[in-house]
Ligand binder design. Sequence first.
Ligand code: PAF
Length: 283
Amino acid sequence: MKVYYNKSELSKYLDSLRENGNSIGFVPTMGALHNGHLSLVNKALSENDFLVVSIFVNPTQFDNQEDLVKYPRTLEADVNLLKTVNENAIIVYAPTVDDIYGDKIESKSFKFDGLEHQMEGAFRAGHFDGVGTIVKRLFEIVEPKSAYFGEKDFQQLQIIRKLVELYNLPVNIIGCPIHRAKDGLAMSSRNTRLTSAHRNAAPFIYKTLVEAKNKFETRSAQNVTEWVEIQFKTQELLELEYIIIASIDTLKTVKRKSLKKKYRAFIAVYAGDIRLIDNIALN
Ligand code: PAF
C-alpha cells in the first residue's frame, strides 16, 4: 500500500492516475480508524477507481488542548486495517503538521451562512474555522472527484457542502449514514477512551434519541427537548451538554414544526471527560 507523508509526492502520483483516466475518491479522517470509517471507505471504493484516505489529527479544529494531546494516534494500525480492505486501490496520505500548515498553524476565518454558529460552533470556539481550513486544503491537494463524510458529524457535513458551494470547489460531497455498535452507540474514535463504566452507560444516548423521534410525531419540538433533558437527569455517568431539534437546512432550533421541512435531533453528552455527539433524523 502506498503511504505518502508529503503533498507534492502524493500529487504527482495522483496526477499520473488521473492522466490514465482513473477516478479518485477521498475519505478524510483523523485516524484511529473504526468500522464507521470502513463503511465510508467501502462506499468510496465502490464508486471510484482509487481512494485516498488522509490520516491527520488537525490541530486547528481542537478548542481543547487536552483533547488534542489525548486524541488517539494509531497510524500503523490504521494502515494495516486499510490493507485488509484493499491494498492496491487505497492510498494513504498521512501528512506532517508542517506539510499542511508550514510554520503558521492557524485557521482561516469562514462564514458558512450562519451554520457555523449553531451547536458545535457555539460550544467549540473556532472549531469550524479549523475544519473549513483543513478540508479546503486537503481538497486542493487531493483534487478528488467525490469526498465521503459521515452523518454522525451532520453539522460538519452541511458546512462542507456550504464550503464547496461558496468556493465553487469541483468535488461531490457524499453523506453516509451513521455506523453504530450493536448497542446503538455511534462509532467514534473517542469511544476507545471511554472507561468501561462510561462505555456501558453511553448507549443511553441513542436509546433516548430513538424515543425522542417517536415522541416528535405527536409532540412539539420544545416538549421533546425538555423530555430529553429530564431523561439525562437520571444518568449519573452522562452529562448532557445540549439537545437541539433543528431543521437540516439552517441548523437553527425549530420554533414551530412545518410539514415541509426536515428535522434532526442533535445531542452532545459528556461521558466522564469524553465528549460524544450523535444525531437522528426525525421525519
Ligand atoms: O471528521 C473528521 O474526522 C475531521 O473533522 C476531518 C473532516 C477529517 C477534518 O479534520
